[in-house]
Design a protein around this ligand. Structure first.
Ligand SMILES: [Zn+2]
Length: 322
């Protein structure tokens, strides 16, 4: 694998594949945008986002919260002439949809994606800025953390793109963010911000659930005799949280459930192929549906299809544990 510090220019003659999507002229902003967040379904053959988005845990100051990794690819174009062209289009019709075609080399890209393997990654230690994270409930991740989660190098090119049929050069920016769900963590971050919002805190992003128990770096007696702050059950001495594993597990399941609800409605029936087609990997499907089945949020039918629980059950679970 070649690591490039500078983006290489991908020539059109080197490309063997195109994806098409629509972009907008910026209804809510005065000028036209310099780039766009791309429609994830339209570009899934180029960037299989769902393969790299996942739910996990984050630990900050002994508080463990479920969290979700979100990937937001943005494409920026080069040059004033394109901007001028878009301005003219906007003056004619600000609601006009602009067609965008992006060319790439699918064969090489697929190979680079296959080569990227982080399945044995158990956790990532990083530092996060306290800033406004108590209200935004998340952070953009640094480049070195992103590189552990996503094959950044595979996309380090200037891509040939046609915007409304006009050739232009573009570069991609992968915005990768982590959002946590726990109010307790939000309160802790608010406390830290009051003292010094510019400070950074040590954070551990825990990808492997087993590491919820064995990521000790605390005083030995820290959690003995503690009871779960949610259900009152005693907490495993090895635990690093003030909630029991069952409660944390249910909170994480809410995030997994919400991800599925991006694509399906309560009571919907669907097949594994539908999920693969959306870009989920087999192991993600296994992990997600194992949890959803455990709490009766999905059932398996005789023909191996999945059926989501009804609206009442799903709403209640999110209300109880979200
Ligand atoms: Zn509990």
């Amino acid at each position: 694998m070649i690591f490039m510090s500078k983006r290489a220019v991908l020539r059109e003659s080197e490309c063997d594949y195109s994806i098409f999507t629509d972009v907008h002229l910026g209804k809510t902003i005065k000028d036209v945008p310099s780039g766009w967040a791309l429609n994830l379904l339209d570009i899934r053959e180029f960037i299989p986002i769902l393969r790299y988005e996942f739910e996990c845990y984050i630990r900050i100051n002994n508080i463990i919260s479920p969290c979700k990794i979100r990937i937001n690819p943005r494409l920026f174009y080069n040059g004033a002439p394109m901007k001028e062209y878009l301005r003219k289009q906007k003056a004619i019709d600000p609601n006009k949809k602009i067609e965008l075609e992006l060319k790439f080399n699918k064969k090489e890209l697929d190979k680079a994606l296959d080569d990227f393997n982080n399945e044995n990654l158990n956790y990532i230690d990083t530092k996060l800025l306290v800033g406004k994270s108590s209200t935004s409930k998340g952070w953009g991740l640094s480049k070195d953390v992103k590189a552990k989660i996503f094959p950044l190098d595979a996309y380090n090119y200037m891509y040939p793109v046609y915007i409304d049929g006009i050739p232009t050069e573009t570069r991609l920016n992968m915005q990768i963010r982590l959002f946590y769900s726990s109010d307790e963590l939000s309160q802790e971050l608010a406390k830290l911000a009051k003292r010094d919002s510019k400070q950074k805190v040590d954070a551990r992003i825990i990808l492997n659930e087993e590491y919820l128990h064995i990521t000790r770096d605390l005083k030995d007696d820290y959690l003995s005799d503690q009871k779960c702050t949610v259900c009152g059950n005693p907490i495993d001495k090895e635990s690093q949280s003030n909630k029991c594993f069952d409660c944390l597990d249910k909170e994480l399941t809410v995030l997994k459930l919400k991800s599925i609800l991006d694509f399906f409605n309560p009571s919907d029936i669907f097949y594994e192929e539908d999920l693969l087609d959306l870009g989920y990997t087999k192991s993600q499907i296994r992990l997600t549906f194992h949890k959803l089945e455990k709490y009766g949020l999905v059932s398996r039918n005789w023909d191996d299809s999945f059926q989501l629980a009804d609206d009442k059950k799903i709403t209640q679970f999110i209300k109880d544990w979200g």
